[in-house]
Design a binder for this molecule. Structure first.
Ligand code: GLY
Length: 349
């Protein structure tokens, strides 16, 4: 993790890369910003660059098949190294291709958004969406390396900065009260992209995430806390036809799921307000849920990877920096009535 890494691939390409077939997978937007730059830096490696239309809508079977067929047409073999250059959609897609192409080839994550830096590039989750929901098909396939060029954050539109900051706050809210408070108080510096403040919170969030993944790589228990806010968040994204940025949907999901904990008596009203005020500073208010029909939401949460016997499950707080655990479980069923009550309360605030 350093500035200017993209301009100096010799610093991060694994030994022996000259003997490999390099394939850059990216989307059309990122290609415009960084595609040619990376191609030029890698000129001696003669990489193949494949790109697809940006956005969640492209994260499907069809795009995967098109890219794989291109790779086959270009005779890419088992010795291919994929460079996943872009945000979460690119990383999940390129990682899933790496996991299945010739039964598994290596890849490097080069996240260019804050969301991808702090969330999707670390931990080996790869996959695609189907019409039933997000990330329902996929696998765990770890990248050989994650290359974070901090300079990418300088050109990121503000909405995409906020998109990633929500995931940083999510990690602090579930796992580290001190970091939450520090980031909450430094929010104006963060929003103004004070480099060292940003670097500090990113490093802290990554450390926590890596620690969680090391304990539960396959998402069977502890790792599920990284899905805080996502039961509601994923449902919202689906209802809004993926027009709402992931972080914004997760922030609203966090408000609802934190409200459930408050209604259950596990989270104090004061702690709930701290979370609410952080998101207000990011320009996200619970009232944005007003336009969502509660019944549509209740149907949308019925398909989620955390569901058990068709019942939605939630990560719930037991205070800031702590998740509620019951018999060792980190996700919990919540009655429809309670979810509806929380939704109504958050949207009225
Ligand atoms: N994005 C959540 C996880 O990596 O588990």
């Amino acid at each position: 993790m350093e500035p200017h890494l993209l301009g100096d691939p010799e610093r991060w390409l694994p030994a022996g890369s000259l003997e490999k077939r390099l394939v850059i997978i990216t989307d059309k937007n990122v290609e415009k910003y960084y595609g040619n730059h990376l191609l030029n830096q890698l000129i001696n490696y003669k990489p193949l660059l494949l790109s697809f239309p940006p956005g969640e809508k492209s994260k499907n079977y069809r795009t995967k098949q098109t890219l794989e067929e291109e790779m086959l047409r270009h005779h890419c073999g088992k010795d291919t190294l994929i460079l996943a250059l872009g945000g979460g959609v690119v990383g999940d897609m390129a990682g899933f291709i790496a996991a299945t192409y010739m039964r598994g080839i290596s890849y490097i994550q080069i996240p260019t958004t804050l969301l991808a830096i702090v969330d999707s590039s670390i931990g080996g989750k790869t996959g695609i969406n189907t019409k039933q929901g997000k990330n329902l098909i996929g696998t765990f396939w770890h990248p050989t390396a994650v290359v974070i060029d901090m300079n990418c954050l300088l050109t990121l539109p503000q909405a995409h900065l906020i998109n990633g900051l929500v995931e940083v706050f999510k990690i602090f809210i579930t796992s580290d009260k001190d970091s939450f408070n520090e980031a909450r108080h430094g929010i104006h510096k963060i929003m103004n992209r004070d480099f060292s403040t940003l670097e500090n919170i990113i490093q802290r969030a990554l450390k926590i995430k890596i620690d969680i993944i090391t304990q539960d790589e396959k998402d069977n228990n502890l790792r599920m806390i990284l899905n805080f806010g996502h039961t509601i968040g994923h449902a919202l994204e689906k209802i809004m036809n993926y027009t709402l940025l992931h972080g914004y949907a997760v922030a609203l999901g966090i408000l609802v799921e934190a409200k459930i904990a408050e209604l259950a008596g596990w989270l104090s009203a004061e702690d709930y307000q701290s979370i609410q005020s952080v998101f207000l500073n990011l320009g996200i208010a619970g009232s944005q849920l007003k336009k969502i029909n509660i019944n549509t939401m209740m149907s949308a949460i019925k398909i989620d990877k955390k569901n058990k016997s068709g019942q939605a499950r939630y990560v719930l707080l037991n205070g800031i920096g702590q998740t509620y655990r019951d018999n060792g479980a980190f996700v919990h069923a919540v009655s429809d009535d309670m979810v509806k009550k929380a939704l109504a309360s958050v949207s009225e605030a």
